[in-house]
Design a protein around this ligand. Structure first.
Ligand SMILES: [Zn+2]
Length: 256
């Protein structure tokens, strides 16, 4: 998981979401009308006004732009679902709130489903699920780069890191192997880049790809780039390959 900056949607989209919100906010939690209201917003049927379809496209495009087609939780690519951080069945008033919309993969969306971020509360009395558009994930969890396993900063089941790992099933072995491989490749390419006087163009190309915003599992790369023990190596790489600076800066970014 990496911190993600929320982008701005068009004023017309904001206005349409506001209109839809006033229609949804009176519904009680778990009302059987909730799904219908959301399905209507997603519908491409000719009866649905063009303004609705334009707003939906803007929401989808802006989420793609923010998450580069990746799941906000597991960072797998090809995430297509619009995820409600506060589930729409429990919080119909937040169903059309832009700040509540994220991009998630089918697996995480399925695992998370109707989990309530506010129930249970975390040990500080706050929500117990991580929102990468607000939280700094590194405050709550890190990664074991030798196994790819998530390492929450507390084992308490209602801790924001631990509960997010559990709810999204982030200990799933398949993803962890991908994360481990990614971390190993990046570390090896960083070492390769400073080995010879002139870095091999293939190494440079591979590093550019591994650090690209659309590349999966950047959480482990970010951890490598923020590791104080590795900063002399990374400084050396950047001195030789200044074209990587903007990618490294983007990956080191976090919420203020
Ligand atoms: Zn996912």
């Amino acid at each position: 998981m990496i911190p993600v900056e929320r982008k701005v949607i068009k004023p017309t989209t904001q206005a349409l979401l506001h209109k839809r919100r006033s229609g949804a906010s009176g519904l009680p939690a778990r009302s059987d009308k909730i799904a219908g209201k959301w399905d209507y917003f997603l519908s491409k049927a000719p009866v649905v006004p063009q303004a609705n379809q334009d707003a939906l496209k803007d929401v989808r495009d802006t989420l793609d732009n923010m998450f580069h087609g990746k799941c906000c939780y597991c960072e797998k690519i090809l995430a297509k679902d619009i995820e409600h951080f506060y589930p729409k069945t429990l919080y119909p008033q937040k169903m059309f709130e832009w700040e509540n919309l994220l991009r998630a993969c089918k697996d995480c969306n399925f695992e998370k489903l109707d989990e309530d971020p506010e129930d249970p509360k975390d040990p500080n009395g706050q929500r117990s699920l991580l929102d990468p558009t607000v939280d700094r994930p590194e405050d709550y969890l890190s990664w074991d780069l030798l196994t790819g396993m998530p390492v929450p900063k507390s084992q308490a089941p209602n801790h924001r890191g631990e509960r997010t790992v559990q709810v999204c099933d982030l200990r799933n072995q398949k993803f962890n192997e991908e994360r481990r491989k990614k971390a190993t490749r990046v570390k090896n390419r960083l070492i390769d880049a400073v080995k010879d006087t002139q870095p091999d163009p293939k190494t440079v190309e591979e590093l550019e790809d591994e650090l690209a915003p659309g590349s999966p599992y950047l959480g482990v790369v970010r951890q490598i780039l923020l590791d104080p023990l590795l900063s002399p190596l990374i400084d050396d790489v950047l001195a030789r390959l200044p074209q990587l600076q903007s990618r490294v800066d983007a990956l080191r970014w976090t919420h203020p």
